[in-house]
Ligand binder design. Structure first.
Ligand code: MN
Length: 542
């Protein structure tokens, strides 16, 4: 206990931080500081023993008891630090902005000596702050001196799904921090559940669109305008969809606006909606266009009446209200929220544990020619044909090709995942120079295509056919004729929000078999298992 380490680490002629001294009183105060250091993190400090016991919490505290927040103990800080806010100049320890995120007092919930409890590796306390309230636990991980977890107790102050709001969201560090948190959230929500049953309906607040009709314009008429700008209420069926900031530049280098995005989805609705029907969606929102920050939104708390939502249990006791984005007003509403892509599940709400298609994502490494991706796509098709299965191909809209295999919704995600893995492995074996199923980027060879079969788990998704991508040129995931793939004259960049409508006008919906021709896998599974088990010596001869 002491401030030696704290003081040794700092040059008080160069940092505005307090030098401080051991305090004689203990007023059980706490502070959480938002620290924009080289990596944004939160410092959690509890007053005891004349100092502030401190932990660095990378993701910050949470009011959601299912969040177990990693907390690394740091050196004791002087109690003067409770009030510290300021900018620690470059070159100093902890350089960056430091601000108070929350402060208040705490009470022990167990015993009287916090230091003794810390030593034992478990401290249970009640916080009275402005943001943090109620019971919390700091628990040392077994065998790990330097790793603790900060966990909210399940009490009346707990808020499942709670999200930390930064005090300063504007700098690059805040964006990186938010993105990494969203990635975690996505992983968490995608986690498979044992039963995955649809839970009891929880409330999504549905907001009425009545009383808006006065100034609303019929949607077909509204989108005839060459330039869309400002805010616009459009009538779609019996509903009014409020569209905002239509002239906001979403693709700054191409000049496409949010209005162009919404108009595209309006025009393509007839083609894309069948692929969204009855499927939960994950929204990836780019509120400031493709160059701005994005976040994943699984859960909706509030939505207009026309938006269908379904409450799904994504893990034990944790439910999420997903959007089912299968009607026209919702399609426009989502685009207005900055959801550029459409990411439907592989299964439908009535049969959520049984996917009705599965996907291979041919994802090229650096330097792979698109013609090579086409060759691997054809090879995948041929292998599937050999075991009696048809498939469809589309550009990913990003770099590669997606191959979809439509199936009857009678197989579990686990069965599908295992089958897809075997097929992908056979494709890699047949194209050892250019294809791999090696998940670790480091272990793939340069110029290889990753035959990604890992997107076939419950809660995972691939962009829908006709979905826009947040990429240069406003590319679209475009269904392809196998002829086009064989000829190898196409590229991903050929298909955009500007020309997709013309293409579907000429060719129709090339992806139709994915919805229409649902296949059984029993024979294919057996055939693939046999090919898969064949020893290398026999493979060479085959
Ligand atoms: Mn810090």
């Amino acid at each position: 206990m002491g401030l030696e380490t704290y003081q040794q680490k700092r040059d008080f002629t160069r940092t505005p931080e307090p030098k401080g001294k051991l305090s004689k009183t203990n007023r059980r105060r706490f502070v959480v500081q938002e620290h924009h250091a080289s990596k944004l993190h939160f410092d959690f400090r509890l007053e005891m023993g004349g100092v502030l016991k401190s932990w660095s919490v990378p993701k910050g505290p949470s009011l959601d008891p299912s969040d177990k927040r990693f907390a690394a103990p740091t050196e004791d800080h002087p109690v003067e630090y409770l009030k510290f806010e300021g900018h620690i100049p470059k070159g100093n320890y902890g350089a960056g902005r430091h601000m108070i995120w929350d402060a208040g007092t705490y009470e022990l919930l167990d015993g009287r000596d916090p230091l003794k409890q810390l030593e034992a590796g478990k401290l249970t306390f009640k916080l009275k702050g402005k943001k943090l309230r109620g019971g919390f636990n700091l628990v040392r991980m077994s065998g790990r001196e330097d790793q603790w977890l900060l966990i909210k107790s399940r009490d009346e102050y707990a808020e499942p799904g709670w999200r930390l709001q930064l005090r300063d969201e504007t700098d690059d560090k805040s964006r990186a921090w938010q993105e990494s948190l969203e990635q975690d959230r996505t992983k968490k929500a995608a986690a498979q559940t044992p039963e995955g049953k649809v839970a009891r309906k929880r409330g999504v607040r549905k907001t009425s669109t009545k009383g808006r009709t006065g100034k609303a314009v019929a949607v077909g008429h509204a989108f005839k305008a060459k330039e869309l700008s400002g805010n616009l209420d459009v009538k779609v069926g019996g509903h009014v969809v409020a569209l905002t900031n239509l002239d906001k530049l979403y693709w700054p280098e191409d000049g496409y606006t949010k209005g162009d995005l919404i108009r595209y989805y309006y025009d393509i609705a007839k083609y894309i909606l069948p692929y969204l029907k009855d499927r939960p969606l994950i929204m990836k929102r780019y509120p400031n266009g493709i160059k701005g920050p994005f976040f994943h939104q699984h859960d909706v708390n509030e939505a207009p009446v026309y938006v269908r939502t379904e409450t799904l249990e994504v893990e034990e006791g944790h439910t999420v209200d997903y959007i089912i984005g299968d009607n026209l007003p919702t399609l426009l509403y989502m685009a207005n929220l900055g959801a550029i892509e459409r990411h439907p599940w592989h299964s439908r709400v009535r049969n959520l544990d049984r996917p009705d298609w599965f996907v291979f994502d041919l994802d090229p490494g650096a330097g792979v020619k698109f013609t090579t991706i086409c060759e691997v796509a054809v090879s995948t098709r041929d292998l599937l044909a050999r075991v009696g299965l048809d498939c469809c191909a589309k550009t990913s809209g990003s770099r590669g090709i997606h191959i979809y295999v439509p199936v009857k919704p009678i197989y579990s995600y686990e069965q599908i995942a295992e089958f897809a893995e075997q097929v992908a492995t056979l494709v890699a074996r047949a194209n050892p120079q250019v294809a791999t199923v090696e998940r670790a980027l480091k272990r793939r060879r340069r110029g290889q295509i990753y035959v990604d079969h890992m997107q076939n788990a419950r809660g995972k998704s691939v962009v829908a056919p006709y979905s826009v991508r947040p990429r240069a040129g406003a590319t679209v995931s475009a269904p392809l004729e196998w002829r086009e793939v064989e000829r190898k004259r196409i590229t991903v960049q050929d298909f955009t929000i500007k020309n997709m409508l013309r293409r579907v006008g000429a060719k129709g919906d090339l992806f139709k078999p994915v919805l229409a021709d649902k296949q059984t896998l029993n024979k294919a599974m057996q055939a693939v298992a046999e090919l898969f088990a064949r020893p290398a010596s026999m493979r060479a001869r085959a």
